[in-house]
Design a binder for this molecule. Structure first.
Ligand code: HEC
Ligand code: HEC
Ligand code: HEC
Length: 405
């Protein structure tokens, strides 16, 4: 009963903030900008869309995304189509300076010239020019010189366009084109090597999309049949499926990008991902999580109202905690972020967000570990043990990456 009252409160709260985001998918270039999620990185304040200024902390210092509105002085108003394509395919700006690969040109390189041209036309003609000056990076000289990026490109960057794979269906090829190119799923989901390069850019290598940590969140392995087709489509479009939901940087991706994908493109993406041979997830000799009395008590007190005493949640509203990859993942970064800071399903057109409170102030590291080990060992779940030290470490990561409720 209490659960249903809570849902109704949600719905009432949600309606008040219902976002009336609309896709002007009428313009083909705008759809490509949505597939590429340009807004998410190139917007710092909602009043100045695409005017840049969003900080990207790197080990050397902070760099800022740039103004890509058609303003002639501060934006890309003076770029020609060829110069724009060079920036997106090779990571070289109009004046010849190399871009940091925080701008995912390593993925955009796979896009067709036709798509890049219509993206350019959209940015030049349909976007409002905003006279917002670019911010200089605070990387100190001599680390701020950009020529080493040319060496990085020579070592790791392949600017070849996507090539259709013979013998695969049109849908598969469309899915591959989107995942590798505009939608750059690998920039979060593919593990990185010693120079921060993605270890693989196509399915030809089994590291591709096999799971990685970025910005304090763990983006899981999404290869193979781990998620069924319907779940993948629903997760990308609305951030929730019958039993699962997304949080963190993935929720942002759904709000700014995934929700606008056409049903055909979502299906193609699901077909492509599900065709990738699964990789053996690393099973080190970690100890297995165990149920504890304290953990059970915490669960009953703080979680069962919403997720249910049986951990089954409620279809499409509260994710299930049974058989949920986000709960069972050996890397607990995203799971801990959700418990410590809370989370909300993304706001998408026609869908109100459902949220969960954070528990960082209410439970100490030991209690959170005990609770999560109980969840990871109940109702048929089987996963590795989370230690109090993992919780402590993630609190520090949250502080550093400014992950707040
Ligand atoms: C993950 C974040 C991210 C995404 C997504 C992203 N960008 Fe960028 N982009 C950046 C950053 C950061 C820079 C600045 C890099 C630097 O200064 O070296 C940049 C720079 C650029 C530049 C160079 C402009 C100049 O003259 O300095 C262009 C053009 C550009 N982006 C276009 C796009 C377009 C078009 C999209 C969508 C298809 C896009 N970006 C998506 C992060 C992103
Ligand atoms: C900006 C980084 C980022 C990008 C880009 C991104 N993801 Fe994710 N993704 C994540 C993170 C982080 C998670 C884990 C979120 C969580 O645990 O709720 C995730 C989770 C997922 C999940 C699992 C959801 C669940 O509930 O277990 C799927 C499926 C997924 N992503 C697919 C994709 C696909 C397909 C693309 C490209 C179209 C993509 N992602 C692009 C960061 C990203
Ligand atoms: C007020 C209702 C509510 C309470 C109380 C609550 N949750 Fe949640 N929980 C949610 C909602 C809604 C989501 C989806 C949030 C999202 O996707 O970002 C969620 C997401 C999660 C997820 C991520 C699942 C996924 O598929 O990514 C986990 C794990 C989780 N909750 C565990 C817990 C635990 C453990 C507790 C108790 C400490 C708890 N929740 C308390 C509503 C609640």
């Amino acid at each position: 009963m209490i659960r249903y009252i809570i849902y109704i409160v949600y719905i009432a709260l949600g309606c008040a903030t219902l976002l009336t985001q609309q896709s002007l998918a009428a313009s083909p270039g705008r759809y490509i900008a949505e597939l590429g999620d340009c807004v998410a990185c190139h917007t710092q304040s909602a009043e100045q869309p695409l005017a840049g200024g969003k900080p990207f902390p790197t080990p050397l210092g902070t760099i800022y995304s740039t103004n890509i509105t058609p303003d002639k002085e501060h934006g890309i108003g003076s770029y020609t189509a060829e110069e724009f394509i060079k920036a997106l395919r090779q990571g070289v700006a109009k004046d010849g300076h190399h871009l940091y690969p925080a701008m995912p040109y390593t993925a955009y390189a796979k896009m067709s010239d036709a798509d890049l041209r219509s993206l350019f036309d959209y940015l030049q003609t349909d976007v409002k020019p905003l006279p917002v000056a670019n911010k200089a990076s605070d990387i100190p000289w001599p680390l701020s010189v950009r020529w080493p990026l040319a060496i990085w490109n020579a070592m790791f960057h392949d600017d070849e366009r996507f090539q259709s794979v013979a013998g695969k269906s049109d849908e598969w090829n469309r899915g591959a084109y989107l995942v590798q190119g505009a939608s750059h799923c690998g920039s979060c989901h593919t593990p990185r090597g010693f120079s921060m390069q993605e270890k693989a850019l196509t399915e030809s290598d089994e590291h591709y999309l096999s799971g990685s940590e970025l910005d304090g969140w763990y983006a899981p392995n999404i290869r193979g049949e781990k998620y069924d087709e319907q779940a993948l489509i629903a997760l990308l479009k609305t951030g929730r499926s019958q039993h699962l939901s997304v949080a963190g940087t993935m929720a942002e991706m759904v709000t700014h990008s995934g929700q606008y994908f056409t049903d055909g493109d979502l299906k193609s993406i699901a077909i492509y991902l599900r065709s990738l041979p699964p990789v053996q997830e690393e099973h080190t000799t970690q100890t297995v999580a165990k149920i504890s009395d304290e953990g059970k008590a915490s669960y009953a007190m703080y979680c069962s109202t919403c997720h249910g005493a049986d951990g089954k949640g409620s279809d499409y509203i509260i994710p299930a905690l049974t058989n949920n990859p986000a709960v069972l993942e050996s890397n607990p970064a995203s799971l801990l972020n959700v418990i410590l800071s809370g989370a909300a399903t993304p706001a998408t057109k026609g869908h109100i967000p459902y949220s969960m409170p954070g528990y960082s102030q209410i439970m100490n590291d030991q209690q959170i570990a005990g609770l999560l080990n109980t969840v990871r060992a109940s109702w048929g779940n089987k996963a590795s043990e989370i230690k109090a030290g993992d919780v402590k470490k993630q609190r520090a990561v949250q502080h550093e990456k400014k992950i707040t409720p």
